[in-house]
Design a protein around this ligand. Structure first.
Ligand SMILES: Nc1ncnc2c1ncn2[C@@H]1O[C@H](COP(=O)(O)OP(=O)(O)OP(=O)(O)O)[C@@H](O)[C@H]1O
Ligand SMILES: [Mg+2]
Length: 147
């Protein structure tokens, strides 16, 4: 995913600790319409899952439920005011696997779809997603840009 050439001006946030990233996710949840999609990009430990914990909180999903999908490509959380579909493309080995998990169905549904490691997903299937770039500035600081 190439953010450099993006013409849209991003909204940029600096968070100073995981709780602030959770709080940002919670706020973001209230801005999202049913059917929205977020494509998250950022290195290991950048805070992608932490942000999604906040989204879950904003959607009324018990936060302790939200784990990195890791060994499954997708986890579904249906106990909030909207369903949350949490996809982790880190271990994606071929794009066909996205078909197997039903990514396109998630994207067409009224739930919120969030994809970690979205740069590993063919961009052609993510045109409707907001792009979220997470960068590590220091041990506890992250720059989170929403395009
Ligand atoms: N400002 C911050 N925002 C988010 N996480 C932070 C921040 N400062 C420190 N951290 C720490 O960074 C780590 C972020 O981990 P997290 O699992 O959210 O990252 P990730 O991007 O999902 O990584 P992975 O690619 O391995 O799934 C946590 O240990 C968290 O406590
Ligand atoms: Mg993660």
């Amino acid at each position: 995913m190439n953010f450099e050439g993006d013409e849209l001006k991003p909204k940029v946030f600096i968070t100073k600790g995981p709780e602030e990233t959770v709080a940002l996710g919670e706020r973001l949840a209230w801005e999202l319409r049913p059917g929205a999609c977020l494509a998250l990009v950022g290195e290991l430990g950048a805070g992608k899952t932490t942000l999604i914990k906040g989204l879950a909180r904003g959607l009324g999903i018990p936060e302790e439920e939200v784990l990195s999908p890791s060994f499954v490509l997708v986890r579904e959380y249906r106990r909030g005011r909207l369903p949350l579909f949490h996809v982790d493309a880190y271990r994606l080995t071929k794009p066909e696997e996205l078909g197997e998990i039903g990514l396109e169905e998630y994207l067409l549904s009224d739930g919120i779809t969030v994809i970690e490691w979205a740069d590993r997903v063919p961009q052609a299937i993510l045109p409707s997603c907001l792009k979220v770039k997470l960068e590590i500035l220091s041990e506890n600081e992250r720059r989170i840009s929403i395009f």
